[in-house]
Design a protein around this ligand. Structure first.
Ligand code: AHM
Ligand code: MG
Length: 336
């Protein structure tokens, strides 16, 4: 009989071999996984749980919040507040950072998350997910400030997502490759189902919201035009397109079989660097993709090298199969 490796066992054994997962970090990751189980349960119930539809509020970015956005945010906060592993947390759905109440011990980690990514897919029963990133609180001063969260993605100590699709799958990196765990609903535990995930360097599949084509900058237009020309064009092969409008689900496909994902800057709102959030979405996904042998840039520079200047900063995102991401990046640098 093959041994089933639970998330806990995986983390304990990883700590033994790499020393990357001290007890506080293991607790944090287990608590996040437990919260994701709760969110998965709520997502699964859908209309039966009365959780579909809008909540009648907006987040700091002026986006309409869905009931499940708020439920997921609350689940993650409640699960993480009391364990003593966190100094503070920050969420795409909250205006400012959330400090751990003084009645609980303070830990050394900072947790950042998009509690439910792909909100537009909630009510239509399409895959959505939770994205998270873990940083260490900088030393040298008491308390926590927003500035403590403004670290480049290269400083992450753990990152991952949980996709709520036909299966609920947690995908994780602690800087030593990428592993996937599938939720066994009968047992109530995440079981290791894939280790050392690798993204093929080449692909024939791209993911972009084509309806924005007229707003794109020249390098992105050039890249997609060339893909669309297929066998007869400069690329000499036919491409296929996928766009789920849930970054989690699009990235999960790319980690599974390769591909390139783009959410570029465009001319609709030129002062906005992009739609996706650097700290909650781009950084964790960029690290997962790099850890799986892929690449992630903002079209010009490595996402993980960007120094954030504010909590809800946005960024242009190009990630996935290495050779394709490098091509898009070259097209941008060639433009000057
Ligand atoms: P959200 O965090 O409000 O759900 O927005 C992020 C999502 C991504 O998951 C997805 O890639 C993108 O927005 C889809 O945007 P669009 O609807 O413009 O295609
Ligand atoms: Mg999101």
């Amino acid at each position: 009989m093959t041994t089933r490796v639970s998330l806990t066992r995986y983390l304990v054994e990883k700590e033994r071999t790499t020393g990357h997962i001290p007890a506080q970090l293991r607790l944090l990751l287990e608590v996040v996984a437990r919260a994701c189980k709760g969110i998965s349960h709520a997502v699964n119930k859908g209309a039966l749980g009365g959780v579909l539809g809008t909540a009648g509020s907006e987040n700091v970015q002026g986006e309409v919040q869905k009931k499940l956005d708020i439920i997921s945010n609350d689940v993650l906060i409640e699960a993480n507040e009391w364990g003593g592993h966190l100094a503070a947390l920050a969420s795409e759905e909250m205006d400012s950072i959330h400090l751990i109440p003084s009645r609980y011990p303070q830990g050394e980690y900072l947790l950042l998350f998009d509690p439910l990514d792909g909100s537009s897919n909630i009510d239509v029963n399409v895959s959505i997910g939770t994205i998270f990133s873990v940083l260490k609180k900088p030393e040298g001063h008491p308390g926590v400030q927003e500035a403590d969260f403004l670290q480049p993605g290269s400083q992450q100590v753990a990152a991952g997502y949980c996709v709520y699709g036909p299966q609920t799958t947690l995908v994780l990196t602690v800087g030593d490759g990428v592993a996937a765990f599938t939720l066994d609903r009968e047992q109530g535990s995440f079981v290791l189902t894939q280790e050392d995930i690798r993204i093929p360097e080449d692909t024939k599949e791209f993911a972009i919201n084509m309806s924005n084509q007229r707003h794109w900058d020249t390098p992105v237009r050039r890249y997609i035009d060339e893909c669309l020309q297929g066998k007869d064009g400069p690329r000499g092969k036919d491409f296929s397109m996928r766009w789920i409008a849930s970054m989690v689900a699009d990235v999960h496909r790319i980690l599974t079989r390769g591909g390139i994902f783009l959410y570029p800057w465009d001319k609709r709102e030129p002062e906005k660097p992009g739609k996706l959030r650097l700290l909650y979405e781009a950084n964790p996904m960029a690290w997962l993709v790099e850890q799986a042998g892929g690449a992630a840039t903002n079209g010009r520079e490595r996402i993980l090298g960007i120094q954030p200047s504010k909590l809800h900063e946005r960024v242009s995102v190009v990630l996935g199969s290495k050779n394709e991401v490098e091509r898009v990046t070259q097209y941008h640098t060639a433009q000057g």
